[in-house]
Design a protein around this ligand. Structure first.
Ligand SMILES: [Zn+2]
Ligand SMILES: [Zn+2]
Length: 349
């Protein structure tokens, strides 16, 4: 089968490898759509190497059609359209036992320990089946939407950590695919006003189209002034950092209201170090937290949202490529000209 093989940091190409052979408790998925994630880009460019195997096939935002079913598998059949929750928690570490399976210390994942979705086929290993990590999607949900259930579930985890609630004024910093999902989720959670700050005009337009109340170009407008005007000088109730620039954190903290929450959702570039004027947190009792991956409950909620067409993910996909053109997809991601880029093995460019 065709697959994008990652041999070393910055060294990957589409080649033929052996099609996986399933065991009795496993499933083979014909990949229909796998989205490229920011994390994949960090792996491809060698910025992330921890937990990465060489050679391997990455890609963890996967949706496809079941094409082979092991003989012990019940409840799934050939032709089922499924999205994959790629993270498998261990169920026994400190994180898992204290309600944070998303931060499992021994997690295994498709796209990391197991070969991922930038291929014609992906093996769904038995521990994924045991963990009940497949979700069936109906015919009126596209495969690309199915692939985006995974990042959406990460955003749901972030929204829960941020505690967005009815009547809140929410600031989203960054309108990439993740920021655009957070914006829609904040509205669904009952936010009264969602302000989106984003330097790229095309992304601001998209944010507006998808329901942002206020969009701001932080390079030309005074974001602080706008947030303060909108909140009567109090600051935003919830702030989501959906861009991983450490230098922006300090200024962003100052846009939060007393007792508000700042969720550092994005993974931060470089060493992640940043100067913070900590008295902003101290005197204002600001809660600062992070977010990693998702719990299966978040994934199921994300899937339900997508299946019920409560969220617009189609608008977030701007480019499609097949496996042969993976390098083109990589360049588009690198340039930042698009939003979500998906790889569809059968795509006829
Ligand atoms: Zn991802
Ligand atoms: Zn665990």
């Amino acid at each position: 089968m065709k697959a994008v093989v990652l041999s070393a940091p910055n060294d990957f190409k589409t080649e033929y490898i052996e099609k996986p052979v399933i065991g009795d408790d496993e499933i083979l998925l014909k990949v229909k759509s796998t989205a490229i994630c920011g994390t994949d880009m960090r792996i491809l460019t060698g910025k992330k190497t921890r937990g990465v195997r060489y050679p391997s096939v990455i890609g963890h935002e996967i949706c496809g059609e079941i094409c082979e079913v092991g003989k012990n598998i019940e409840n799934w059949k050939i032709g089922d359209r499924v999205a994959v929750a790629n993270v498998i928690p261990c169920h026994s570490c400190h994180s898992c036992l204290t309600g944070r399976e998303n931060a499992c210390m021994n997690r295994k994942a498709i796209g990391y320990e197991f070969n991922g979705g930038f291929a014609e086929y992906v093996l769904i290993p038995s521990i994924v089946m045991e963990s009940n990590n497949l979700v069936k999607i109906p015919d009126d949900v596209t495969f690309e939407e199915g692939a985006l259930i995974e990042p959406l579930s990460c955003c749901i985890r972030g929204q829960k950590n941020a505690g967005t609630k009815f009547g809140d004024i929410v600031l989203i910093v960054g309108a990439g695919p993740i920021g655009l999902m957070h914006m829609q989720l904040a509205k669904l959670a009952g936010a009264q006003t969602v302000i989106v700050s984003e330097p790229l005009a095309s992304r601001r337009e998209k944010a507006q189209k998808l329901g942002a109340d206020i969009v701001v170009d932080p390079t030309k407008e005074d974001l602080k002034q706008i947030v303060m005007n909108e909140t009567g000088g109090i600051g935003a109730d919830v702030i989501i950092m959906a861009i991983g620039v450490p230098q922006l954190v300090n200024d962003t903290l100052k846009l939060c209201c007393k007792g508000g929450t700042v969720n550092l959702f994005a993974g931060f570039a470089g060493t992640g170090e940043s100067m913070i004027e900590v008295n902003t947190i101290h005197y204002n009792e600001i809660k600062v937290n992070g977010s990693t991956a998702y719990q299966r409950q978040d994934y199921l909620q994300a899937a339900k949202m997508v299946i019920q067409h409560k969220i617009n993910l189609k608008e977030i996909v701007t480019h499609k490529f097949n496996l042969d053109d993976f390098d083109k997809a990589y360049e588009v991601c690198k340039s930042g000209e698009g939003l979500k880029v998906v790889i569809e093995p059968e795509y006829q460019g």
